[in-house]
Design a protein around this ligand. Structure first.
Ligand code: GEK
Length: 241
């Protein structure tokens, strides 16, 4: 399904992960997030490296399960538990369908819950693939501290985010390149500007320095930037073995 949600003039209202968004989501995220199609298969590789036997792996803000399925295929041990969490019923309903179509035998538990309150324990790999940016900024430290506490020694958090830059000049360059990426993927100027207005109150990007400092403060021991494309990054936060 092609994303045409912002193709015609519409009343400005905040973006929501409802049924209309869930229907076009794979097309929307692939054409809107530079690097998404590289990050997903790398989540499989990273999960393969860090998933520990007998542990739990979490995909927080799993949407339709692209990152969940990458983790499922990366997990080497049959005795790992994989949990996908999203608070959008429309996303979880469709996600269930994609999980059922996939051929891996590893069971996946889906929870339609808020990641701020969902139970987390005994984790080796947790993924927040473009989800933390939708959590109210005041709640982010508490969530990351809870994830760090739930993570085993040697475990990791994969955190992908849209960034804001300290320098106005860099912010302008990266934003222009992001919009050019969207244009190259067939979005019109109207679609780009209407989506931008709809999302600006719900997607709050932060700087890389803020992410680094908060991850260390939360209880992770190392923070590694492993991917960047324009204003989109993916970070690995590790706990020492
Ligand atoms: C992917 N990881 O394809 N609790 C639970 N879910 C939430 C919360 C919350 N508090 N806030 C937002 N979400 C996916 C893509 S999309 C990213 C993740 C994007 C959910 C929300 O319902 C949505 O499904 C997801 O986080 C963000 O790899 O749309 O740019």
């Amino acid at each position: 399904m092609t994303d045409r949600l912002f193709a015609t003039e519409r009343n400005p209202e905040d973006f929501r992960f409802d049924a209309a968004v869930a229907r076009v989501f794979p097309d929307m995220i692939r054409r809107s997030v530079p690097g998404y199609t590289t990050i997903i298969p790398m989540i499989e590789v990273i999960t393969g490296q860090y998933a520990q036997p007998g542990s739990r792996c979490y995909d927080l803000g799993c949407s339709l399960g692209a990152s969940t399925l990458a983790m499922r295929h990366g997990i080497g041990s049959a005795d790992c538990t994989l949990v996908g969490v999203d608070n959008s019923p429309a996303m979880i309903e469709r996600c269930q369908h994609y999980i059922a179509l996939d051929d891996s035998p590893l069971p996946v538990t889906l929870r339609c819950e808020d990641i701020l309150t969902t139970e987390l324990s005994d984790a080796s790999v947790t993924t927040l693939n473009f989800t933390l940016q939708f959590v109210p900024p005041a709640e982010r430290s508490g969530l990351l501290a809870r994830i760090a506490r739930a993570t085993r020694p040697g475990g990791v958090l994969i955190l992908s985010e849209k960034l804001r830059f300290e320098s106005d000049a860099e912010q302008a360059i990266q934003t222009t390149l992001h919009h050019e990426f969207k244009r190259a993927n067939g979005y019109s100027d109207l679609e780009i500007s209407q989506k931008r207005s709809a999302i600006e109150n719900v997607l709050i990007p932060e700087t890389l320095a803020t992410h680094r400092a908060r991850l260390l403060e939360a209880g992770f021991d190392q923070v590694v930037l492993w991917y960047q494309c324009f204003n989109f990054v993916s970070i690995l936060a590790l706990k020492n073995p």
